[in-house]
Design a binder for this molecule. Structure first.
Ligand code: SF4
Length: 322
């Protein structure tokens, strides 16, 4: 069989594919008062360190208590994302799925003609954890269960499987079926549903591992602070906050909302998506809040620099095993 493309293509092209095919088009306007923003972030970092933050500040990867089970292999480059479809019942302004949406199966942004081909790609990547997502995967529950059966058959019980969902289609029977079919943890995007945590309560009835994964939207700071207390009370294990980023798919809606490009993007940054101003600072504030309030829930920051690091590790792994 010929080599998968990620092992042979030039690095920049491969990084674009690792970035879910988020082709560069144009960027947001430069951040105003960039020097002040840098000073504020440096001050935040010093405070976070004084309060015991863990992780790798130089890579923009920080956490308050522990890493999620799905994130550990991801950081080492041993994880992948299987998208059931890019169709969705929502239309979030920050969504990075290319438009028009397509009802196609893909692995790490590469379309797969069949489930067998998708499984082969995952095997070639040597994955230890997989995220099943979309779009909204639960628009097609039958497909999700077929994928779960194939993953279990080919990778056995060791594979960690997270299901990414906006939770609109979660019901108690579906949750029980997902658990029985081998889903290890749920990752719910509450930013997609205006921070309504009702499905989290339902999910906790079935899953011990319920995690919230969403972008850090600067203007939603207050809503998220209130939500953090509620999630901690519900026994949520992880709040995973992503740096908001601009890609070809969401550029227009970000511009309409007046966002600017962050000046903190690393000069040797290779991904084709770029960080949005004030999102990182918003996360730093949430991390500090979690440390001060001693939440049992771990809060984790996954930045664009983190994603760059992950892609580099994944490529190293792929090339080492080629
Ligand atoms: S719920 Fe998720 S997939 Fe659907 S539009 Fe929002 S971000 Fe995109």
């Amino acid at each position: 069989m010929s080599q998968p493309a990620y092992m042979t293509q030039p690095l920049s092209e491969t990084f674009e594919r690792y970035a879910l095919g988020l082709a560069r088009r144009e960027s947001l306007s430069a951040e105003a008062h960039a020097e002040m923003a840098k000073r504020r972030k440096a001050r935040f970092l010093r405070l976070l360190e004084a309060h015991g933050i863990k992780g790798w500040p130089e890579r923009g990867t920080l956490y308050t208590r522990e890493l999620s089970k799905g994130c550990k292999p991801c950081l080492e480059g041993w994880a992948s994302h299987l998208s059931v479809t890019t169709l969705c019942n929502r239309d979030c302004f920050f969504c990075f799925n290319p438009k028009p949406r397509k009802d196609v199966l893909s692995v790490h942004g590469r379309e797969a003609d069949s489930l067998e081909e998708a499984i082969l790609s995952l095997k070639n990547l040597g994955v230890k954890s997989v995220g099943i997502g979309g779009g909204e995967p639960l628009l097609f529950p039958k497909r999700v269960f077929e994928i779960l059966a194939a993953l279990k058959k080919n990778f056995g019980p060791e594979l960690w499987i997270d299901l990414y969902t906006n939770a609109d289609r979660l019901t108690l029977p579906i949750l029980k079926e997902l658990k029985a079919a081998g889903v290890s943890g749920l990752r719910i995007d509450l930013a997609a549903r205006a921070y309504d945590a009702a499905p989290v309560e339902l999910a906790r009835e079935v899953f011990s591992d319920v995690e919230i994964e969403m972008p850090a939207i600067p203007e939603d700071k207050k809503s998220v602070r209130g939500l953090m207390h509620h999630l901690d009370d519900l026994g949520v294990k992880q709040l995973i906050l992503h740096e908001l980023f601009a890609s070809a798919a969401n550029m227009d809606s970000l511009k309409k909302r007046g966002y600017q490009a962050s000046s903190s993007g690393s000069p040797d940054f290779r991904l084709t998506w770029s960080p949005v101003a004030k999102s990182e600072e918003t996360v730093f504030g949430h991390l500090l809040y979690a440390l001060i309030h001693k939440f049992k829930m771990s809060v984790y920051y996954c930045s664009c620099r983190t994603q760059d690091w992950i892609a580099e590790n994944a490529l190293k792994n792929a090339r080492a095993s080629a």
